[in-house]
Design a protein around this ligand. Structure first.
Ligand SMILES: Cc1cc2nc3c(=O)[nH]c(=O)nc-3n(C[C@H](O)[C@H](O)[C@H](O)COP(=O)(O)O)c2cc1C
Length: 171
């Protein structure tokens, strides 16, 4: 993996997240977990001078096992993969790490760094430092139909805003 700057990053964040998907991973070699996500944002907030590599948002429902690790750790990673890995991402997004070693089953290779984990098969890794966490609240919806269609059981996501501290690409 090669480290690059935000300026060197070539990414369409809309299609990369919503169509190709990403893994949200938190934890360390002692224990970690990962899950697939297709909702998120990459951009900027609170001043470029402070967070010059940009910031990323992901959305995690309360019942996800991965959530326990994101809440516990200071860092998490957003990991993107080449198209041939999509079936693995589908599996990791429909099975819980609570019940099985889903990463082992999918044959992905975790790479353990100081305080965060990503996967050797990744095409792109964004290492994020947690800056902000907040629940999505029902009162906030201007378009109330989203509550009915996305949250029939009111299991609102928490959103996490992270400072991107490192960008790695697979050459
Ligand atoms: C394509 C896809 C996208 C998903 N996007 C999200 C998401 O953005 N946020 C979320 O909370 N769950 C999302 N999920 C569901 C979780 O990945 C899924 O519940 C997973 O099994 C959780 O694993 P865990 O319990 O090991 O954390 C998505 C699933 C799929 C298949």
């Amino acid at each position: 993996m090669k480290e690059i700057t935000a300026k060197e990053l070539e990414l369409n964040p809309i299609t990369a997240i919503s169509e190709e998907w990403m893994l949200i991973t938190a934890g360390t070699e002692a224990n970690y977990n990962t899950m697939t996500a297709s909702w998120g944002h990459i951009g900027s907030i609170w001043g470029r001078s402070s967070f010059g590599m940009g910031t990323a948002i992901c959305y995690v429902r309360p019942q996800r096992y991965t959530r326990e690790f994101i809440d516990r750790e200071a860092y998490y990673t957003l990991t993107f993969f080449p198209p041939e890995c999509k079936e693995k991402l589908a599996y990791l997004g429909s099975h819980s790490g609570r019940d099985e070693d889903k990463v082992g089953k999918m044959g992905l290779t975790p790479v353990f760094e100081d305080g965060y984990t990503y996967f050797a098969e990744a095409s792109l890794v964004l290492v994020c430092r947690k800056l902000y966490q907040a629940p999505i609240v029902e009162e906030g919806f201007v378009d109330k139909s989203i509550v009915e269609s996305v949250y029939p059981t009111k299991d609102f996501h928490d959103l996490y805003i992270g400072e991107i501290v490192k960008i790695l690409v697979n050459e």
